[in-house]
Design a protein around this ligand. Structure first.
Ligand code: FMN
Length: 224
């Protein structure tokens, strides 16, 4: 199990803990970030940290997400934190520490912009620096979320192919009425299916059964 670096508020007490790093970008599907975090924390022995781009944080309240999960040390890492935690040679470098901490990386939602940067190897913020620093061995899942015409643009298929060649497993988007009013392909895979994927793939059990209809139910579709 990787050793969390100094910037982290919480060290895993169990050697079996699964460290899930949720990366969110400037898609409207970032509104689901708090739900994804909450559900992942319902799994036994699962710790979560979040890294978000500036546009992503328009879609959820990072302060509330941290406050709601204070006891388990969830933090939403932002671009500013990269430099706030580094002062001189020998200090930990945040995007490297986060990469060391992560057992599994979920890029959910993945915007067209971040997908293009990932495919091209650009790294001009905390999130993309982290993407660039990932080792080939770290399991990586990417969930595109964008307008239908952005999704159908030829760039998207070539960028997704490049991501797959870099070892990313791509979660197929859904077809539905999108937040922008268009109807069609491009919505992020249902957040419950994303959590189910983590549970099934990495052997996590839910600590307790929810008594509402928020339980993951829908089948998931994944492609490599
Ligand atoms: C209200 C709103 C919703 C957006 N939704 C999406 C989206 O679902 N998918 C997407 O790829 N871009 C979307 N964008 C555009 C991105 O936010 C923009 O391309 C941004 O540069 C992405 O930056 P990031 O990849 O660094 O997060 C949206 C923009 C706005 C203003």
């Amino acid at each position: 199990m990787p050793n969390p670096g100094r910037p982290f508020p919480l060290r895993s007490s169990s050697p079996d803990a699964l460290h899930v790093l949720l990366l969110t970008t400037g898609s409207v599907a970032s509104v689901k970030a708090p739900l994804i975090v909450q559900e992942l924390l319902n799994y036994e022995n699962t710790l979560v940290q979040v890294v978000s781009t500036k546009p992503s944080m328009h879609f959820f309240d990072a302060g509330k997400l941290e406050a709601d999960n204070l006891a388990v040390g969830v933090k939403v890492w932002k671009d500013e934190d990269e430099w706030a935690t580094w002062d001189r040679m020998g200090d930990p470098v945040l995007h490297i520490e986060l990469r060391r901490w992560a057992d599994v990386v979920l890029l959910a939602p993945c915007s067209a912009n971040t997908l293009a940067k990932l495919a091209a190897g650009l790294c001009d913020n905390l999130l993309t620096s982290l993407l660039r620093a990932l080792t080939p061995e770290t399991p990586k899942h990417l969930f595109p979320a964008m307008n239908t015409y952005m999704y159908l643009h030829p760039h998207t298929s070539s960028h997704l192919l490049a991501a797959q060649e870099l070892g990313w497993e791509v979660g197929e988007p859904a077809s539905k009425a999108l937040a922008c009013g268009d109807v069609g392909m491009g919505a992020m895979m249902d957040w419950r299916d994303i959590c189910l994927l983590v549970a099934e793939r990495y052997g996590r059990r839910r600590r307790y059964i929810a008594c509402n209809n928020e339980m993951p139910l829908a089948p998931m579709r994944m492609s490599r």
